[in-house]
Design a protein around this ligand. Structure first.
Ligand code: NZQ
Ligand code: ZN
Length: 388
């Protein structure tokens, strides 16, 4: 049975190879002082920066920039950005990049007019914004996080060794996002496959909860099947527009609040992966890949029926003559084979985690209760050790 819920997603999307032309139209709705936010330089190399600055100039905007937003953006960088945004009196933030740039821009949007320290307010006390929010638009260059159509913003604090996500309300969602699959074609394979696994895991985090017959799960199964197919095409032929466009669109639907409707949702792979990220600064999708199988094999007995359904409906494994246990194991084996085919990192030790970090990573792992089994701290340690 679907629980009670509301659904409202205000982000307007422009999708396709010509999507950037709509930026001009969108900019008419916002103020003069635009803050352009981007990462470590990929947008300059592939020409997206030039195209965007030309449009902003044409629209008569005054533009200031925040460059160098790093993967896993930090609280320190956020504080630096607040000063730039205030000095420029920014009335619009344009994020051009991947999830890190987009998350950072959302975190900035709720911090520019806030007197408190944003890390303390939003990531320690988990308060909601009570100040004016600067509107954000996004030009996405990497498929994975779904940040382009959600209200999540993950920030890392290296001093505290914590990486924490705050899912804000709808006012923090991008006003619009421009999704051109061609932009993702300059991604290195490592980032492309990390993004693909991030998408897969977003769906799993929502799928592996609840026992009921739920429309969200049928949508999830279709998204996963499509993603697996497109990922295989894209790995062999990275310039394949059809595959890249299907991956990009799946990423958006995997985490734009749709497939969580009516579900409790798990999110423990993300909690484990984020804490690994806080210690290693590793690529988000790879941290998830490295903890996933030990976690899923551990919780499988508590959600056996769903894992058996996953094997049948997502991996196409025949149920004939098999117990749920056998089927469930075969499903996870099929996922493992696919992950290896993509070349994902399967161990946190390969991401820089060392034995002496395990206790700290466990301390930084937030334990959530929506999945098939609520872990205790010893179990978290056990899973982390199995991920080494
Ligand atoms: O910085 P540049 O030079 O742009 O390079 C980036 C970066 O090094 C590069 N890149 C991006 N687009 C490119 C490109 N290189 C060549 N061509 C392009 N078109 O890729 C690298 C990774 O970018 P990043 O933005 O860090 O990746 P991703 O999109 O995976 O974002 C990761 C961040 O999002 C958070 C993660 O925790 C992490 O901090 N997440 C946000 C979520 C949300 N808002 O809901 C949910 C996710 O679970 C995730 O936690
Ligand atoms: Zn993720």
């Amino acid at each position: 049975m679907l629980g009670n819920f509301s659904y409202h997603n205000p982000t307007k999307l422009y999708f396709g190879a010509d999507a950037l032309q709509y930026l001009r139209e969108e900019m008419k709705h916002y103020g003069q002082n635009v803050l352009l936010v981007y990462g470590g330089g990929s947008v300059k190399k592939n020409g997206i920066y030039d195209e965007i600055t030309a449009i902003l100039k044409d629209c008569g905007k005054q533009t200031a920039e925040i460059a160098g937003v790093m993967p896993n953006p930090t609280a320190e960088k956020l504080r630096e950005g607040i000063a730039i945004a205030r000095a420029h009196k920014a009335d619009f933030i344009l994020a051009v990049g991947g999830g890190s740039v987009c998350d950072y821009s959302k975190a900035l949007s709720v911090s520019v007019h806030c007197d408190d320290d944003p890390w303390e307010k939003y990531y320690i006390r988990f308060e909601e914004p009570d100040c004016e929010i600067v509107p954000v638009g996004c030009v996405l260059t990497m498929a994975g996080t779904g940040s382009e159509m959600n209200a999540g913003a993950v920030i890392t604090n290296h001093d505290a060794k914590l990486k924490i996500g705050h899912v804000f309300g709808t006012p923090v969602m991008p006003k619009f996002s421009i999704l051109n699959p061609k932009y993702t074609m300059t991604l290195p394979k490592y980032q492309m496959t990390a993004g693909i696994y991030d998408i897969m895991n977003h769906i799993c985090e929502q799928y592996f909860s609840g026992e009921d017959d739920n429309t969200s799960d049928y949508i999830s199964e279709g998204l996963m099947r499509g993603l697996i197919h497109a990922s295989r095409v894209a790995v062999n032929d990275p310039q394949n527009y059809e595959a890249r466009s299907n991956i990009m669109w799946t990423a958006t639907w995997a985490l734009n609040t749709l497939v969580s409707r009516g579900k409790s949702t798990d999110w423990m792979v993300h909690m484990l992966g984020q804490s690994v990220g806080a210690y290693t600064d590793a690529t988000h999708g790879m941290t998830l890949a490295a903890v996933s199988l030990p976690y899923y094999r551990y919780i499988m007995p508590y959600g056996l029926k769903k894992f058996a359904r996953f094997a049948k409906e997502v991996w196409g494994i025949s149920a004939e003559g098999k117990s749920d246990q056998q089927l469930a194991e075969e499903g996870l084996a099929a996922m493992e084979a696919w992950m290896r085919e993509l070349g994902l990192v399967m161990k946190i030790s390969e991401l820089g985690a060392t034995d002496d970090m395990i206790e700290g990573i466990a301390d930084g792992t937030i334990i959530l209760e929506g999945g098939y089994h609520v872990l205790n701290r010893d179990e978290v340690v056990q899973i982390l050790k199995a991920s080494m």
